[in-house]
Design a protein around this ligand. Structure first.
Ligand code: ZN
Length: 314
């Protein structure tokens, strides 16, 4: 009987923590539910979070929500706690940093991130709370959902998941974590960032573009797994969006492929940094598809052990 119970527990363990070799896109996408995506997004973009300015109670409330979500869903703290404190002249805040599974120094380490902060409350006519549903409750929702999915499986990689403070005032949270990891001798292989994935890319549904598209083989590797998923957006190059989100801090500090996936293409959303950046302006179904496809693509990328090659210029 004891043996049987042991066998049962072992099988249960395999079932819960299997390596996802047999995953197909449909199976993974089924684990990213529309209801859950909507519920996280609505929570992060609610008035209660007061626009998530890094120094305000609203940001801390959002950070607590993420922390307890991670605890509930098997994401472990990367440091002794989930907090990576960030104190500068202008900021007293923290990033939230988790890991998937135990840290194994023999494995390579990758990082998935998104900024959690937004611009807060402004004195304007009418609505004064800038909820930042697309920027970047949407990207944060992707990282939270993907972390929950990844935590159900075992990986031959160290996976760090991070929600950054203070992106809006100069990528400060991301620089802080990148510098800290570098100092601690964590050698990052690549970093993938999520920004504004709440509307449909003009080229088609369930698509994103990658900033710094030609700076590495990241887009090619992702499109090998999910054809057409990752697009090239000319404006992203013209406006140098590569340098305008948290990925850039990791590129600068580590010199690794560190790029942002986004679906905001300047034609499909009129409320960037406006009070109107609200949940009702977003296409949550498409956003959920993007998150599901990203989860599948990252799962396959992590499994394949493909080496991403970094180039000097775009
Ligand atoms: Zn943003």
């Amino acid at each position: 009987m004891k043996k049987l119970i042991f066998l049962f527990i072992t099988l249960l363990g395999f079932y819960n923590c299997s390596t996802p070799s047999k995953f197909d896109q449909k199976k993974v996408r089924n684990q990213i539910s529309l209801g859950e995506t909507e519920s996280i997004l609505v929570t992060l973009a609610s008035d209660e979070m007061k626009g998530r300015d890094s120094n305000s109670g609203g940001y801390f409330k959002a950070a607590e929500f993420v922390t307890s979500y991670f605890k509930q869903h098997g994401v472990e703290p990367f440091y002794p706690s989930f907090r990576d404190s960030l104190i500068t002249k202008d900021v007293d805040s923290y990033n939230i940093v988790g890991r998937i599974g135990a840290y194994n120094p023999k494995f390579k380490t990758v990082l998935i991130g998104a900024h959690l902060d937004h611009v807060g409350v402004k004195k304007t006519e009418g609505d004064s709370i800038y909820n930042g549903a697309n920027d970047n409750a949407a990207g944060a929702t992707a990282v939270i959902q993907i972390a929950r999915f990844l935590a159900n499986h075992q990986w031959e990689k160290n996976i760090i998941v991070a929600l950054f403070a203070d992106e809006e005032k100069g990528l400060k949270g991301a620089y802080h974590l990148a510098e800290r990891l570098k100092k601690e001798g964590v050698s990052l292989e690549y970093m993938i960032n999520f920004e504004m994935i709440g509307t449909v890319l003009t080229s088609g549904e369930n698509q994103v573009y990658l900033t710094g598209y030609k700076r590495s083989t990241m887009a090619d590797e992702m499109n090998k797994i999910s054809p057409q998923f990752v697009q090239f957006l000319p404006q992203a190059k013209e406006l140098n969006l590569f340098k305008r989100s948290d990925n850039y801090a990791f590129y600068e500090i580590f010199g690794i492929p560190a790029q942002t996936l986004s679906s905001f293409d300047f034609k499909n959303f009129d409320f960037y940094h406006k009070a109107g950046d609200e949940v009702d302006k977003l296409n949550i179904e498409n956003m959920n598809q993007i998150i599901g496809t990203s989860a599948f693509t990252l799962a396959k990328l992590f499994q394949s052990n493909a080496t991403l090659v970094q180039f000097q210029n775009e």
